[in-house]
Structures are given as structure tokens and as C-alpha cells.
Design a protein around this ligand. Structure first.
Ligand code: SF4
Length: 471
């Protein structure tokens, strides 16, 4: 039996561009790890490489984000026309199983560990069902990834990724996890064993990245006690790693030092805003702006690069705040932004329900618009065109060469920990990538006003597919 697992992708510019980077979707390796040993499995990540649509597989699993849905429907339809069976899984499929059933032979809702093996068993018996919704088996059921299938020639920067936990204990109103997932974590011994015995390392750059990996968790610090245990167990491995976690964890100086000792060199945290009114509107009370400066200095001094994500367009934002944002950032000497987006009301979130009840979702939006770079609603204090104007300007200002120079100049000498300087140098291109989403000057960045990617439009017309309308 031949199986393909495909993580699909379309670029925020809606141009046909690949964007290989350090962190990639690891769903293909995860699903491959749940396939039986007799299956011949191939994995693809469309962010790194095109999908060879002329190839034949018996069964094709698709993993996609909300905004890739239309594109994934096209790929699925083309493969089904050639006799292959296709499966949709992930958050969008779990929330819209009835819609997805029209374009895929089977839909998995919920976690893959219980559902993928059952689906494959049914497929081999010729009894594939349209819907698989077995309940979660818990975090102990997470199987080791098939790291050996990663092709590091497609993406020279890529690091292998592992999950230690899933979910998040916080309840930010725009987050897809809120109300949908409780926080849970794997036994530390299982995580350590997977790193030691299964992980395959990036061989590029003369072995410079050969001991490095990333935790894929939404919030590795969801339980500080668990994070401590994990760090203690990581120390003897002498690996270098990065993770995402919430700002509150970084206030614990002893934990930050322990993370650094365990090999942590990169932390991403979604600060989202420097505007207290916006943080309040997002229900993001764990971010305390008065502590930002001290926390940043402490984390860098420990030997960890701390990078932030910001979003614009939330209900507390005003023209004054967005105009002054670069000045606020300049005042925080050590602040590094590596992601800038527009707040997105994903359909399964409290934010979407609030906007829907208040009639503030923009008309004509389709699933493609829910990409975190397109305004899908009318904010309380700003006209949609003002949000887009600020977003474009800020992307160009923050993702600039002078900003990288400032980043290197202010951070390179802050710590002598091994691999610290190397991590700082590798992070420069990440800052530059902030401007990538706005590189298509013809794009409006307002829901319902941009057409889909030209290739998808053409294929959807030929295949008589309609986009999923959300308003
Ligand atoms: S802290 Fe991050 S992962 Fe947790 S609910 Fe908020 S946005 Fe989601």
C-alpha cells in the first residue's frame, strides 16, 4: 500500500511562492508514524516543495490550515479524479466536517492517534468510512515521528520538531485552542527517548545545525513544573533547542536559567500588542507590559534569544497607537519582533462569535481570508483601510535591514553561552521575513476583496469548485 501525507500551503501574498524556514509543519511525520510498517509512506510539505501530482498513491492524507482549504480541495479533487482516496484532518476539518466531506473520501475530526490507524485498517478492508471521530487517547498515545522521511535538501534551514505537550491553559479570545483543547503533556521519558533514539538531524551548514531541534508545542510552559522536569532531563543530552511559550513563564528567573542550561537558545512568545486596551480586548492578561523590558534583558543575558509576535487590528488599537508603535519598540532596546500579523477571528473562536453577534464580520469572506494577514472584521476604533495601511507600513519598517543591524548590534554580546551568537546570527533572516506577506502590491488585505491564487482560481473554475463562504 502506498500512502502520501501532504501538508499544503499557499503564500500570504497569494502568489505561488515557497517559503522554507527553520520551523515547518511536522504533521506529515506525525501521520507517517501512525501508518502500519508494511505501508510505503511518502511525505510532502508544500511550503518547501511542489506536490508531484502525476504520482500515484492508494491513500492520501491532507493537513491544512483554514486559509489553505480551497487550495487543498483542488489538490484532493485532482487526485480523486485519478482514482486515489483522500483524507482531510486537522482543525478546519474538525470544525467543518460536513463541508469537507464533499471534497475528501474521509474526514478525521479530533486527534490522529486513535483515528488514523482505524481509518487505514478500514481502507485495507475496502470499508473506508466518511467520518472518523474516535475520542482522544491522551498524550501517552502520541507516537514517535518518522524523522527519517524528512528531506533536508528541500529546506536547508529546517530543524526537526517534536511535541511534548498539546493545548494551552490560557483563553485568549482569538485563539483556536480556547474552549477546544485542555492542556496535556507527554511523559518526560518518552520525549527524551524520542530525541535520543529517533530524531534525524539537519546535516547542512557543515553540521552547524546537527544538534538542534524545536519543540512544536503551542505553549511549552503550560505547566512550569513539567517544563522544569523536562529541562532537567534535557541537560545531559547537550542539545540546542527552541520553543514557544507564554510570557508569564519568563518572569521566573531560575526557570529561565534552567532552560538555558538545558540547551534552550530560542523562545518565541506572542506578546501580540504593546497596547493595554488591546491585550484586555484579547483576554491576554498573562502579558504584563510593565515587566517586558526587565524580562527581555534577563532572558538574553541567560543566553536565550527572545522573539515576539505582534498583531494589529484588535479592538483596543487606535491610529495613535499604531503610528507610535515603532517608537515604543525603539524605546525597548532589546525587543525583537519576528512576526507581525492582523488579528484573525477563526470561526471556532470566542472572537468570531462576538463579531458575528455584533455584525462586525466583513461581508464576502471566504476561508482563504482567514490567514492572519487579511482583515476579516471591522475593529471598534479603526476603519478597515486604516488597519491595512498601518499593517503595510509596519511590515516594511520592522522587517528592514537597519532593524537587523540593530538586532545584531544590541544582542550579540549579551551572553557567552555556547551557540548563543550563532542563534542570534541565524535569526536575522527571520526579522527580514516580516515584510514577505506584503510583497504583493496588488493585494488589498481586506476579506472579500482579493481573489485567490491564480492557479487555484483556474483549477476551481475547471473543476467547478466553489470557495467556502464564511459570511
Ligand atoms: S497563550 Fe497563546 S496558545 Fe495560549 S490561548 Fe493564548 S494565543 Fe493560544
Amino acid at each position: 500500500m502506498r500512502i502520501a501525507v501532504i501538508a499544503t500551503y499557499t503564500h500570504p501574498t497569494r502568489l505561488r511562492i515557497k517559503e522554507p524556514s527553520i520551523m515547518q509543519s511536522s504533521v506529515p511525520e506525525l501521520i507517517a508514524g501512525l501508518c502500519p510498517p508494511h505501508a510505503e509512506v511518502e511525505i510532502f510539505n508544500e511550503k518547501e516543495t511542489d506536490i508531484p501530482l502525476d504520482r500515484h498513491w492508494d491513500l492520501v492524507f491532507f493537513s491544512y490550515l483554514h486559509s489553505y482549504y480551497e487550495h487543498t480541495k483542488v489538490l484532493s479533487t485532482l487526485l480523486r479524479q485519478r482514482g486515489m482516496k483522500t483524507v482531510a484532518g486537522g482543525r478546519h476539518a474538525s470544525y467543518f466536517p460536513d463541508d469537507a466531506k464533499a471534497y475528501f473520501d474521509a474526514v478525521i475530526t479530533g486527534e490522529p492517534e486513535a483515528n488514523v490507524p482505524a481509518l487505514i485498517e478500514d481502507f485495507e478492508k475496502g470499508q473506508l468510512q466518511p467520518l472518523y471521530n474516535r475520542p482522544s487517547l491522551g498524550p501517552t498515545a502520541i507516537r514517535p515521528y518518522r524523522y527519517e522521511l524528512i528531506d533536508f535538501t528541500h529546506n536547508k534551514l529546517r530543524l526537526p520538531g517534536i511535541e511534548a505537550s498539546r493545548g494551552c491553559p490560557f483563553t485568549c479570545n482569538f485563539c483556536v485552542l480556547t474552549g477546544n483543547e485542555r492542556y496535556r503533556y507527554r511523559p518526560v521519558a518518552a520525549v527524551i527517548d524520542e530525541i535520543q533514539t529517533r530524531m534525524h538531524w539537519n546535516p547542512n551548514f557543515m553540521g552547524l545545525m546537527g544538534d538542534a531541534f524545536v519543540f512544536l508545542d503551542n505553549n511549552l510552559g503550560g505547566s512550569p513544573k513539567y517544563l522544569r522536569e523536562l529541562c532537567e532531563a534535557l541537560i545531559p543530552l547537550k542539545k540546542t533547542w527552541g520553543c514557544a511559550l507564554t510570557f508569564n513563564v519568563l518572569k521566573d528567573e531560575s526557570l529561565v536559567k534552567l532552560m538555558a542550561k538545558a540547551g534552550c537558545r530560542y523562545v518565541y512568545t506572542g506578546l501580540e500588542s504593546l497596547n493595554p486596551d488591546s491585550l484586555k480586548a484579547m483576554n491576554k492578561g498573562q502579558n504584563k507590559l510593565s515587566e517586558v523590558d526587565a524580562v527581555i534583558r534577563r532572558v538574553f543575558s541567560a543566553g536565550i534569544l527572545l522573539s515576539f509576535g505582534l498583531i494589529v487590528g484588535s479592538d483596543g488599537d487606535t491610529n495613535e497607537y499604531l503610528e507610535k508603535l515603532p517608537t515604543y519598540l525603539a524605546d525597548l532596546k532589546y525587543f525583537s519582533v519576528t512576526f507581525l500579523g492582523i488579528v484573525c477571528p477563526y470561526p471556532e473562536t470566542p472572537f468570531f462569535r462576538e463579531l458575528q453577534a455584533e455584525g462586525r464580520l466583513l461581508p464576502g469572506t471566504v476561508s482563504r481570508d482567514y490567514d492572519g494577514y487579511t482583515l476579516c472584521h471591522t475593529p471598534k476604533n479603526l476603519h478597515p483601510s486604516e488597519v491595512v495601511e498601518h499593517f503595510n507600513r509596519l511590515c516594511m519598517e520592522l522587517g528592514s535591514l537597519p532593524n537587523i543591524a540593530k538586532h545584531y548590534w544590541s544582542k550579540l554580546t549579551m551572553s557567552d553561552m555556547p551557540r548563543y551568537k550563532q542563534t542570534i546570527l541565524f535569526s536575522g533572516p527571520e526579522i527580514l521575513s516580516i515584510r514577505n506577506p506584503v510583497k504583493n502590491k496588488a493585494r488589498r488585505y481586506i476579506a472579500g476583496q482579493d481573489s485567490l491564487e491564480a492557479w487555484d482560481v483556474e483549477q476551481m473554475r475547471a473543476l467547478a469548485l466553489q470557495p467556502q463562504r464564511l459570511t
